[in-house]
Design a protein around this ligand. Structure first.
Ligand SMILES: [Fe+2]
Ligand SMILES: [Fe+2]
Length: 177
């Protein structure tokens, strides 16, 4: 295949996201070290948006395709979905926390650790299995890229979707305080 016909397949795209978000966590640490609260808030907003879009394309497109095309990965997928739920809870916490609080820094740090763990499992265990399968990864890549464009062009579309999901937050006061 020539250099010009090489297209990013689904796994290339997902790995690019992983790398990008890893760099954002480094940038967050830099802002933290510099005492730059505004920078922290800006970068963690980008982290939360990027992770939310990434999780959505995996859950809507990639995981269902793997479920059908790579039956031996079903246990890994089940675990990955549980990990996504944990990430979403942390993201929701961060979006409501005060960026100048210690709790905020702790949440972002734990989010970074959990993302690292999740990404490692995807890249080390899941992706190699998918690569060996008969799945059309270029076609899947096209769908993922299109969905990402759609979500990125309209950030409120996924925010709305996020806001409508059930929130299980035992610590939050109810409507009557
Ligand atoms: Fe994932
Ligand atoms: Fe991923």
């Amino acid at each position: 295949m020539s250099l010009f016909s090489k297209k990013d397949d689904a796994i290339d795209l997902l790995k690019e996201d992983h790398k990008e978000v890893d760099q954002m966590f480094d940038a967050f640490e830099d802002c933290k070290d510099a005492g730059d609260t505004t920078g922290k808030a800006r970068i963690s907003g980008k982290i939360c948006d990027a992770l939310t879009i990434h999780a959505m394309v995996e859950e809507e497109i990639f995981y269902p395709a793997v479920e059908v095309g790579v039956p031996e990965a079903s246990e890994m997928l089940a675990e990955a979905k549980v990990e996504h739920e944990g990430l979403k809870r942390l993201i929701a916490d961060i979006e409501q926390a005060n960026p100048s609080s210690q709790e905020y820094d702790a949440d972002v740090k734990v989010l970074g650790e959990q993302v690292k763990h999740h990404v490692k499992e995807e890249e080390r265990d899941l992706f190699p299995k998918v690569k060996k399968s008969d799945l059309d990864l270029e076609a899947l890549g096209d769908r993922i890229a299109a969905r990402k464009r759609e979500l990125g062009a309209s950030p409120t579309a996924f925010k709305r979707k996020r806001d409508t999901r059930p929130i299980i937050d035992i610590g939050a006061p109810g409507p009557n305080g």
